[in-house]
Design a protein around this ligand. Structure first.
Ligand code: ADP
Length: 199
């Protein structure tokens, strides 16, 4: 199974990707998680990406494309992968196509979690509250100002990625406003419909 999960920050991509990993034994490839690990480990990429990420802007295409290129060959991706947070620009979508072509692979589905923008800020606020209550570390970009920049980056650079896949009849929209279990069920139905998994 090779999937792309699209949707604005706070749409629930990470939550749904984790569930797909559990149910189907595929690997989640989240460029956000990979970049945050690089920042924490203070690798050269992490050192360069930190400020950009904290501000809520996008890391250069070449950097994230390189990260995905490396990861696609790891054995944990042999059964497939769920891309979460990548591609985030049309240039990344085109590069992904080339990375897959080179390996003789193709995407089974591109799922977009559609969420009202008004709900996203509230979801971010709740996530911060829950993280603090659980004694965890709040993401440096989970503050109102960076979140606004992330939404703007989404509108300007990532929304065209949905149009890119829709134009290729590869896009399936899922109502991301429904409760988590219902979103998961809708994703399952979409995967059965696309013959990615058997019903
Ligand atoms: P979000 O909750 O905003 O979807 P992510 O964890 O996916 O958060 O990404 C966090 C940050 O990491 C982004 O704001 C951006 O700076 C960087 N990032 C992640 N994926 C990409 C990508 N594909 N291209 C460019 N920057 C990325």
């Amino acid at each position: 199974m090779r999937l792309v999960l699209l949707g604005p920050p706070g749409a629930g991509k990470g939550t749904q990707a984790a569930r797909l990993v559990e149910r189907h034994g595929v690997q989640q490839l989240s460029t956000g998680d990979i970049l945050r690990a690089a920042v924490a480990a203070k690798t050269p990429i992490g050192l360069k990406a930190k400020e950009i990420m904290d501000a809520g802007a996008l890391v250069p295409d070449a950097v994230v494309i390189g990260l995905i290129d490396e990861r696609l060959d790891s054995p944990d991706c042999a059964k497939g992968f769920i891309l979460d947070g990548f591609p985030r620009t049309v240039a990344q979508a085109e590069a992904l196509q080339q990375l897959l072509d080179r390996r003789g692979l193709s995407l089974d589905a591109v799922l977009e979690l559609a969420v009202d923008e008004g709900a996203l800020v509230e979801r971010m606020r709740k996530r911060v509250e829950e993280t603090v209550a659980a004694g965890g570390a709040v993401r440096a970009d989970d503050n109102p100002e960076s979140f606004k920049t992330r939404l703007e980056a989404y509108r300007a650079q990532t929304a065209p990625v949905s149009a890119h896949y829709a134009g290729r009849s590869q896009l399936t929209k899922i109502d991301g406003m429904a409760p988590i279990d219902e979103v998961s069920a809708a994703i399952d139905r979409a995967l059965v419909g696309a013959a990615v998994v058997r019903g």
